[in-house]
Design a protein around this ligand. Structure first.
Ligand code: ADP
Ligand code: C5P
Length: 245
């Protein structure tokens, strides 16, 4: 399978992408709603060798020195749709969707800046694209086979965000609340929640919703099995033909 993917698109794939062997899932939802946790659970459960999670953190736009100064004062808006570079996101996702290797930038939340190292990914059969605006950009949406929105109560999200940002993102609770009031909450109401309309599936309570997650995993696995059978068929036909010759 890896050889097929790294060799590019085999000639029998339908031009409309219906036979595309790479399955792409978009996972959106509020900050700390459980997007990453749901994506990781899917990865653990799927019986396929190559699965990659692409996080939208990788595509935050680089800040100017003045913007960076404001970011450390919790005065920078990271929650407006324009804070992401969708062209760069599209480059990575398109490479993966076409079965190619790609480099994914990494982000350092403590520094409000991209890390110096990016991650090299050598193709995947399942790509999970996760982020608050994962279901926002029309081109990205058109490449997704399944669109998921994680819908967790905002008080639970805020409590989890405070804990996570203090322990993992080098923030202080007062600053987190200031940023939340000023940017995170208004952007969620104004921009993020409306993208729920683009979802195929809404998961209330995130990772706690074991039934919904189990259904998701079963659906993805079924789609992958059907695709690998569709891929095998032309190969078998060709094999029989050459035996006939
Ligand atoms: P997101 O990717 O949406 O920002 P995460 O999956 O990273 O959210 O979750 C945010 C924080 O909340 C993490 O520290 C994670 O461990 C925790 N968390 C997520 N889901 C649950 C849950 N169901 N129960 C307890 N903690 C959770
Ligand atoms: O992982 P999560 O979905 O919570 O990441 C998105 C959040 O990260 C946004 O709500 C944004 O406020 C926050 N963020 C931040 N500092 C940065 C970049 C993003 O607090 N430098």
């Amino acid at each position: 399978t890896l050889m097929l993917r790294s060799a590019g698109r085999p000639p029998w794939y339908a031009a409309d992408g219906k036979n595309d062997p790479v399955y792409m899932v978009g996972v959106a939802g509020g900050s700390a709603s459980g997007k990453t946790s749901v994506a990781r659970r899917i990865v653990q459960a799927l019986d396929v060798p190559w699965v990659v999670i692409v996080s939208m953190d990788s595509f935050y736009r680089k800040l100017s020195p003045e913007e960076s100064k404001q970011a450390f004062l919790n005065n920078h808006d990271f929650d407006h749709p324009s804070s992401y570079d969708y062209t760069e996101a599209l480059r990575c996702v398109r490479d993966l969707k076409q079965g190619k290797a790609t480099s994914i930038p990494q982000y350092d939340f403590a520094k409000h800046a991209p890390s110096t190292e990016s991650q090299r990914v050598y193709g995947a059969s399942v790509v999970i694209f996760e982020g608050i605006f994962a279901l926002y950009d029309p081109t990205l949406l058109s490449m997704m086979d399944m669109k998921v929105f994680v819908d967790t109560d905002s008080d639970i999200c805020l409590a989890r965000r405070i804990k996570r940002d203090v322990t993992e993102r080098a923030r202080d609770p007062i600053g987190i609340l200031q940023q939340y009031d000023r940017f995170v909450k208004p952007a969620f109401d104004g921009f993020v929640r409306p993208t729920m309309n683009n979802a195929d599936v809404i998961i209330p309570r995130g990772l706690d919703n074991e039934v919904a997650i189990d259904l998701l995993i079963k659906h993805i696995q079924r789609q992958l099995d059907a695709r690998s059978q569709a891929l095998m068929r032309p190969a078998l036909v060709r094999q029989f033909r050459s035996e006939d010759d």
